[in-house]
Design a protein around this ligand. Structure first.
Ligand SMILES: [Zn+2]
Length: 384
């Protein structure tokens, strides 16, 4: 069973790890699946059922909870290919617009391999002609198609260290907390997969235990509501539109590139876009990688185009109550382009849908590797 939950903050939320040696605790802008899972495990522990956590956890998949404002039909992290004007950032009409560079960059790369391109790849603002730069964070869409960046309201508070989890030498030390401030129209939306009784347990634990750090000092209180799935275009429609725009831009640029061959008919191009960090390894015992490999239709696919950045991820084992090793990961918003050739048979859309259900890479049970196939923002090749 797949259930979408909305968590409405009713007190400040501090999402992230407590670091023993830092005087500053700054929240993450979203609630990772592993934090929600931690609240559920704490609820079981409080009910005296600690021994059952590991077995029950295997039936539960908790994805990440992303910020959304009331009235929005969905929200997503910007892909790393989203660019905005350096001088007047943001959506129009307030800013000079945001656009997506994935398809033009990928097309440019493809053409560059086979022809001499008489111009460099460059995107400038079409209003002020200043440079455009990558943008990050979240955006949402309302029912009329209007877009807005989602700003996370923050509040600052100075606290005195009391927790036993912090080193004794830190007792009484002052530290500064930057937390998410509760606001009436702010919620965090994510999906939980598992048997209905376990999902209900997650809902109850979230309201009883709270999420994140400092829950015993009043932080982390949330109200849990059930919601509809986000209203994205269907996966097939996203992939088809992505390919239509891809072919159109390819044809436009190829006209300016003497010697370029047309795109082969029947080839599909698609992206895997990370909604949360991804932990990848090509070989189970090998070093970490910054890109995923896909098993699709009996083939192993490697990305032929990517935009990514490394990050470090930690974690907490809910079963053992111990910290997990820190892994090198690809950051949220990473974009990976794949190509499917017609001689391999038809592109299996259902397999791509399953990929969205299961995520990609390692530690998906903690919410890592949550993904979308052909992020809808890639279709915005003109500034909006
Ligand atoms: Zn501009």
């Amino acid at each position: 069973m797949n259930r979408w939950l909305h968590l409405k903050p009713r007190s400040p939320l501090l999402i992230g790890r407590l670091k023993a040696d830092s005087a500053y605790l700054v929240t993450l802008p979203y609630i990772p699946g592993r934090v929600v899972r931690g609240a559920w495990a704490e609820g079981r522990r409080m009910a005296g059922k600690a021994a059952t956590i590991a077995a029950a956890a295997r039936q539960l998949q908790i994805w990440n909870f992303h910020p959304v404002r009331e009235g929005m039909v969905y929200s997503l992290p910007f892909p790393r290919s989203a660019w905005t004007c350096k001088r007047h950032p943001g959506f129009r009409p307030h800013g000079h617009g945001v656009l997506d560079s994935c398809i033009p960059r990928w097309v440019y790369r493809l053409l560059e391999e086979q022809a001499r391109l008489p111009f460099p790849f460059q995107i400038v603002c079409d209003i002020c002609e200043d440079r455009m730069t990558p943008t990050d964070g979240y955006y949402g869409i309302d029912a009329t198609g209007g877009r807005a960046r989602i700003s996370i309201p923050l509040q600052f508070q100075t606290k005195v260290a009391l927790s036993r989890r912090r080193r004794a030498a830190m007792e009484g030390m002052l530290y500064q907390v930057t937390a998410i401030a509760p606001q009436e129209d702010l919620a965090f939306v994510g999906r939980v997969q598992g048997p209905p009784d376990l999902i209900r347990e997650v809902e109850e634990a979230l309201e009883q235990v709270g999420v994140g750090a400092l829950t015993r000092r009043g932080y982390g209180q949330v109200q849990v509501c059930r919601g509809d799935p986000p209203a994205y275009l269907s996966l097939r429609e996203r992939v088809e539109r992505f390919n239509r725009i891809f072919r159109q831009i390819y044809a436009d640029i190829a006209r300016l590139a003497p010697g370029a061959s047309p795109l082969p008919e029947g080839t599909w191009f698609f992206t895997i876009d990370l909604l949360a960090p991804g932990v990848f390894r090509e070989d189970p015992l090998g070093p970490p990688a910054l890109w995923p490999t896909l098993e699709l239709g009996g083939r192993t696919l490697r990305p032929c185009f990517w935009i990514t950045r490394p990050t470090l991820v930690g974690g907490w084992s809910t079963a053992w109550g111990l910290p997990k090793p820190v892994d090198l990961a690809a950051s949220a918003g990473s974009v990976y382009g794949f190509r499917w050739d017609p001689e391999w048979g038809p592109l299996d859309f259902e397999a791509l849908e399953r990929l969205e259900e299961t995520g990609v890479g390692e530690r998906t049970d903690e919410g890592f590797g949550e993904l979308m196939v052909c992020h809808p923002f890639h279709l915005e090749v003109e500034p909006i």
